[in-house]
Design a protein around this ligand. Structure first.
Ligand code: GUN
Length: 297
């Protein structure tokens, strides 16, 4: 069987090009460029890399970026005051607080404070509820990127059986809701599931989002399945640090119809979808200012 290795970087470049064309339309109409505010608390090296990439991609898409860096020991009140300021600013259309936060801070409280129409991560309970009830909302970037990849690979997803490995609020749960909305049959497996690999082996679509390096081997995969690897795990192999996914690529790839690599698969699409969400938030703000009331899409 010949396996397609999905080029997430190329798909992301295409999506960013489409977004930047839409940004140009806003500029041509004398509207401000979409503004994305990124808040980073502390010095976590992985988070710093993600934030740097998000800001770089925002600039490439023709957007403005506003960076707020806070020290590791900042208080909940300081962080909340920053969010309130960003909620008020007319030049900020999207707000993202990089997770995880230091342990003494409540991510839940911070996310609840972000204005839902600026919540480009789609983590606010308002947006979570809209997605769960099949209404237009800002959708979490990683599941949105996975959906885009799956639709390009498979076209109509109706009737496909999707197994999602992992039940996080950031990926597993919204992925399940999105694929349900696309008329898939959904199974979510997690750490308490018995014989998860046997359930996964029934899947036409397998999405791995557990954060366990190379957990998924060929015993989890039906021949001909499309495998989406959301994991990004730093491991030491032969004395060298490298990134691996949740899928053991060399064992699984021979059996898959198509598979995303790590790095270069889902990661770039996540960031491209953040740009798309920021554009949608800016278009929504423009329409609100013009007295047009529509829902986010
Ligand atoms: N940390 C890991 N993934 C994400 C994400 O999608 N958004 C934010 N804000 N933080 C993250």
């Amino acid at each position: 069987m010949s396996t397609r290795v999905i080029d997430g970087k190329r798909l992301a470049d295409n999506l960013i090009r489409e977004v930047s064309e839409q940004v140009q339309h806003l500029l041509d109409a004398d509207l401000p460029a979409p503004g994305l505010a990124v808040v980073l608390v502390g010095e976590d090296p992985a988070s710093a890399v993600y934030v740097r990439n998000k800001i770089k991609r925002a600039r490439e898409a023709g957007m403005r970026s506003i960076e707020k860096r806070l020290s590791e020991d900042c208080t909940q009140e300081t962080l909340e005051a920053i969010i309130e300021e960003l909620n008020q600013r007319e030049d900020v259309h999207g707000i993202l607080v990089q997770l995880p936060l230091p342990k003494h801070l409540s991510a839940e409280r911070v996310i609840r404070l972000i204005a839902p129409q600026k919540d480009v991560d789609g983590f606010h309970p308002h947006n979570v509820g809209l997605l769960a009830t099949g209404q237009a909302s800002l959708i979490p970037c990683t599941p949105l990127g996975c959906l885009e990849i799956l639709q390009r690979e498979l076209g109509d997803l109706s009737g496909k059986h999707a197994v999602i490995v992992g039940r996080s609020n950031i990926v597993g749960k919204p992925m399940a809701n999105l694929l349900l909305q696309a008329n898939c049959t959904i199974t979510v497996v997690h750490s308490k599931t018995h014989q998860a690999n046997l359930l996964a082996r029934q899947a036409d679509i397998l999405v791995a989002a557990v954060g366990q390096p190379e957990l998924i081997d060929e015993s989890w995969v039906k021949p001909g399945a499309v495998v989406i690897d959301v994991g990004i795990n730093a491991v030491e192999q032969a004395g060298k640090r490298k990134l691996v996914g949740d899928v053991n690529f060399s064992k699984v790839a021979p059996f898959a119809k198509a598979i995303t690599p790590v790095p270069g698969g889902v990661g770039p699409m996540t960031i491209a979808c953040l740009m798309k969400n920021t554009l949608v938030a800016a278009q929504y703000a423009r329409d609100q200012a013009n007295g047009l009331h529509h829902t986010l899409s």
